[in-house]
Design a protein around this ligand. Structure first.
Ligand code: IPE
Ligand code: IPE
Ligand code: MG
Length: 257
């Protein structure tokens, strides 16, 4: 439900954490009879528009799915071209993120990237670590199942070392070893490109996230598309397994002056 300002004006509910599966770059290019890479380049421009939109709206955390664990299986020339694009973007965009006061973090299996890319990721994280306007998480070589498996491995190591009992393994402890553990989970998930699936994005973290899908291809995403998602989110009632009556805010008395 929308909360109210002291003046009585309703404040629309807005996500604090937005997570996006940026899909449809290849089809966008195919529609134009251009190589898929042209779609990925146009997709990079949509990333910048999305960052600006989130900064304008005061969204605190934006998590973008840039490259999945499974995307390594694409044709080698597409993977190579994506790595080149990634490298160029890392070189080009860090100053821009710095100027916009955005902190960038990468989640996923970093060891699979070339040393050049891995170093630039680390440098981008260090350089922007003090920025406060927004946290931008980029999921690269990321898989939700892998995220859960690695967290389980951490706990198994503690059990093997004798510092944790098996019966102490619970949701909280497992969750603390998952990616983004230091942030609130996503409130709103957006997938562009017309498919209605999660494709191994944040499986654990999306447990109670509101899902929103659009046919718009990622390179065509603009403020109007993103606003449509926020408008849909503002209408949702998040019940977390409870009843509507339990989660509804108490009715406030309106006293007219
Ligand atoms: C998403 O666009 C970007 C990545 C997965 C790297 P796609 O490349 O999946 O585009 P479509 O789905 O083929 O149109
Ligand atoms: C999901 O898109 C991954 C990213 C957007 C990075 P895919 O294009 O890889 O997903 P599927 O293959 O349609 O499930
Ligand atoms: Mg796709």
């Amino acid at each position: 439900m929308p909360s109210a300002t002291p003046g009585g004006m309703p404040v629309p509910r807005q996500p604090a954490h937005l997570a996006i599966v940026m899909d449809g770059n290849g089809r966008w290019a195919q529609q134009r009879r251009r190589p898929r890479m042209i779609g990925h380049r146009a997709g990079a421009r949509a990333v910048n528009r999305t960052i600006d939109f989130c900064l304008e709206r005061g969204i605190a955390v934006l998590t973008l799915f840039a490259f999945s664990s499974e995307n390594w299986g694409r044709p080698q020339d597409e993977v190579d071209a994506l790595m080149k694009l990634f490298l160029a973007a890392l070189d080009r965009e860090v100053d821009e993120l710095e100027r916009r006061n955005v902190r960038v973090c990468f989640i996923g299996e970093r060891a699979r990237f070339s040393p050049g890319i891995a170093q630039r990721m680390a440098r981008a994280e260090q350089r922007t670590s003090g920025n406060r306007a927004m946290t931008l998480n980029i999921a690269a070589s990321y898989g939700g199942r892998q995220d859960i498996a690695l967290a389980a491995r951490r706990l198994a190591e503690q059990v093997a070392a004798g510092t944790l009992l098996p019966e102490q393994v619970d949701e909280q402890r497992l969750g603390r070893h998952m990616a983004l553990a230091d942030l609130p989970p996503p409130d709103l998930f957006i997938r562009t490109g017309g498919d209605t699936r999660i494709s191994n994005f944040l499986l654990w973290q999306l447990a109670y996230t509101e899902l929103w899908f659009t046919d718009v291809l990622w390179p065509d995403v603009d403020a109007a598309t993103l606003q449509q998602a926020l408008d849909a989110f503002a209408q949702r009632e998040r019940r977390y397994g409870l009843t509507s009556a339990q989660v509804a805010p108490p009715a406030t008395e309106t006293v007219s002056p």
